[in-house]
Design a protein. Structure first.
Length: 370
């Protein structure tokens, strides 16, 4: 006897969630994939919205009310685990608890991710929080990491449960049911009405369309609160003098005390003589101090100056800051010496639009051939 348990939308939801969560985990490894990561996250948000609606208005077995979550059923299930007295057509109690955990934790992971994206990067729907909460950006990132790690644990529990079920109750075919929809079991089959079909079609296609749209078009979902800076207009001499030998370093990337020390000794500037007449030097210094890391809410400014604050010496090279060193540790030394890059101080070789003050993850692109 075969019964139809998981309707098509439930199965599509399941496999899309698998795909998106896998993509989210993979893309979290690389900074330059952050916008892709965020787009996937918004896709997961829509999937969760679908699942929530489905939990109340969906078909039999997918509705939350059909999940055997009561204490009695749970205890009974655990007690008779090896010799079950009853069969569950939908989720058994243990699986129901794991599903609930996965749904809630995924929801929290998406929420904390969008928050971190706003607070730390100044991007997305919570970008407005960057101005006030940027000093706590690490906290939001850590919350997001913690909840995604816990999610991995629950996913492992889910896989473990399926494996055990397959071993113990081979004949019902739970594993196959998430592909075919059918379990070898006697039960009332699930069926969809028109409203349910419409709901599933709209929400599931939105879960495909929204991430794609976000990737290819500007939307508030990934928009940055920062605009490019025209340094040429802000201080022409700064650009003229300080970008003649190398990349223009946006003032936000060093704290006041580093700029003061650097500007106090231009005659011996990393082995070069970069001295200026006093009026010009003082004017550039004023500009640098007025726009230093202390007055920025950007991620790079925050982390560079914090890492400098933790060292005793007064470092004047961004690339000598512990944060910079940590962030570039995985890059092969040979890349910095390659003809395309030449020096680790040549930031713009890998960070597009660096000289417009934009140090954005999605603008990182290693030069070709390196
Ligand atoms: C005569 C050439 C010259 C001029 C002019 C010059 N610099 Fe430099 N600067 C260098 C050299 C050489 C280095 C060492 C890094 C490198 O190899 O590019 C350096 C490094 C730096 C660094 C550290 C980069 C890093 O790796 O983090 C900063 C910051 C910097 N310069 C700021 C300035 C500022 C501000 C001015 C304008 C007042 C200025 N420079 C003008 C030659 C110059
Ligand atoms: C050879 C290429 C290369 C050069 C040169 C380079 N970077 Fe990077 N940078 C990268 C890569 C790649 C990452 C991302 C590392 C990761 O995924 O964790 C990165 C990450 C960063 C980050 C952290 C991510 C972010 O967006 O906030 C900052 C800040 C940064 N770089 C600043 C600089 C500065 C300042 C310079 C010049 C002094 C510089 N980089 C030179 C390749 C480079």
């Amino acid at each position: 006897m075969k019964s139809y348990i998981w309707t098509l939308p439930t199965r599509i939801f399941h496999w899309m969630l698998v795909l998106y969560v896998a993509l989210a985990f993979l893309s979290s490894e690389w900074e330059w994939l952050l916008d892709f990561h965020a787009a996937v996250g918004y896709g997961i948000a829509i999937l969760l919205l679908f699942r929530l609606v489905w939990g109340f208005m969906g078909p039999r077995y997918s509705r939350f009310a059909d999940w055997p979550l009561s204490k009695r059923e749970t205890l009974e299930f655990l007690r008779d685990f090896l010799h079950p007295k009853r069969e569950y057509a939908g989720h058994n109690p243990a699986a129901s608890w794991v599903m609930l955990g996965i749904l809630l934790l995924t929801l929290f992971t998406v929420f904390s991710g969008v928050l971190a994206y706003g607070v730390q990067e100044g991007k997305g729907v919570f970008a407005w929080l960057n101005g006030t909460l940027f000093r706590n950006m690490e906290l939001f990132e850590e919350l997001h990491e913690l909840s995604s790690t816990l999610l991995l644990v629950l996913i492992a529990a889910h896989l473990g449960g399926v494996a055990m079920d397959t071993l113990l109750h081979k004949k019902s075919g739970t594993l196959r049911s998430i592909i075919t929809g059918y379990k070898r079991i006697e039960a009332t089959p699930a069926a969809l009405n028109f409203v349910q079909k419409l709901l599933a079609a709209v929400l599931l296609s939105t879960a495909v369309a929204l991430p794609l749209y976000t990737l290819f078009f500007d939307t508030p979902l990934t928009q940055s609160r920062y605009s490019p800076v025209e340094f040429e207009k802000e201080h022409a001499h700064f650009v003229e003098e300080c970008a003649s030998c190398h990349t223009l370093y946006p003032p936000q990337l060093l704290p006041k005390r580093s700029w003061k020390k650097l500007m106090a000794n231009l005659a011996d500037h990393f082995g070069d003589d970069a001295s200026l007449d006093e009026e010009e030097r003082a004017s550039i210094e004023r500009y640098l101090l007025a726009n230093s890391a202390e007055s920025s809410t950007k991620e790079a400014a925050h982390y560079i100056s914090r890492s400098l604050g933790e060292t005793k010496e007064n470092i004047i090279a961004i690339s000598d800051s512990p944060y910079w060193i940590e962030k570039h540790a995985s890059i092969d030394k040979a890349v910095f010496q390659s003809p395309e890059v030449k020096s680790k101080s040549n930031c713009k070789a890998c960070h597009q639009r660096f000289e417009e003050g934009l140090i954005e993850d999605h603008l990182i692109a290693m030069p070709k051939g390196s």
